[in-house]
Design a protein around this ligand. Structure first.
Ligand code: ZN
Length: 294
């Protein structure tokens, strides 16, 4: 199985995670700029963070055979700190870089006027730099929040096919499906969305524009949720080609619109291989299977 994890915060993860991800089939990923938990107090913190996303973390991933890309933005939560609006002025210099494949994560956190302003500026940058946009949905007021997000995004003039709306669930997926934007599902151990639920959504609406990610970060999360979703798809009767479409071709099609994906194998590592056969060689998933049989 070959896997492209389109949303994972490797800055918060360990080398064990990189090794286990490689073992499960991950050969490329996208790390969106996000909220680090501890609020930042000045623009310099963002300069260093963005530099580490396009520099150090890219280098670290390659040491484990994984191609690393990033998306750059001022996240919606910190958009509410006016001291940080200066961050918007440094974004153009990062959006021009090779490994940066989208503007994001942007969107709404609490749907404040500050978030409106910053979201509109991000969308204008996506148009200016001819990049896709990664837009996340608010945690509260999920359905109305998603509708408002889509209204603002599509009014900006950014074509729907260049927009990925993330963290969807059963209450928000249909609005996004109808809009023509890509649908992102973050698979977590015990919140938001799990493997079985996303497979049920796939059975209902098909695999067009469906993207699955682990969104693993500094909270309770699992960087192998992409592989585990592939396994759940097979168990539900989807083919190896279906799994390849969701875990590799769909995210590659979406982020490929940037013209900046590097999917060449890292020298010294095995190329990504399509097909469900490698599932059986994977110790994590073998463990899952034997637990199920027991
Ligand atoms: Zn995230």
């Amino acid at each position: 199985m070959r896997i492209f994890d389109p949303h994972i915060h490797m800055t918060s993860r360990t080398t064990d995670d990189y090794e286990a991800m490689y073992d499960s089939g991950v050969r490329a990923l996208v790390e969106p700029a996000f909220w680090l938990g501890q609020p930042r107090s000045n623009v310099g913190s963002f300069v260093d963070y963005f530099d580490s996303l396009i520099g150090w973390e890219r280098f670290r991933a390659a040491q484990f055979g994984i191609r690393h890309h990033s998306t750059i933005a001022l996240n919606p939560k910190e958009a509410n700190d006016r001291r940080l609006h200066e961050v918007m002025e440094i974004l153009p210099r990062y959006l021009a870089k090779d490994g940066v494949v989208a503007v994001g994560e942007t969107g709404y956190d609490s749907m404040t006027p500050e978030e409106d302003t910053i979201l509109e500026q991000h969308l204008a940058l996506a148009i200016e730099f001819e990049l896709p946009a990664l837009v996340h949905t608010p945690h509260r007021d999920k359905a109305p929040g998603t509708q408002r997000t889509l209204d603002v995004v599509l009014a900006s003039g950014l074509p729907a096919e260049r927009v990925l709306v993330d963290h969807l669930n059963e209450t928000t997926v249909d609005i996004v499906a109808d809009s023509g934007a890509w649908m992102g599902f973050s698979i977590y151990p015990d919140t938001k969305m799990d493997e079985q639920r996303v497979v049920a959504i796939m059975q209902r609406i098909g695999l067009d524009r469906i993207i699955v990610n682990s969104a693993a970060d500094w909270g309770r999360s699992d960087p192998l949720k992409t592989a585990k979703t592939g396994h759940a798809m097979l168990a539900a009767g989807f083919s190896g080609d279906d799994v390849d479409r969701v875990l590799w071709r769909n995210p590659v099609d979406f982020y490929g619109q940037s013209g900046r994906l590097d999917l060449t194998p890292v020298p010294g590592f095995e190329p990504a291989r399509q097909g469900p056969d490698t599932f059986e060689g994977n110790s994590v998933l073998r463990g899952m299977a034997s637990r199920r049989e027991a």
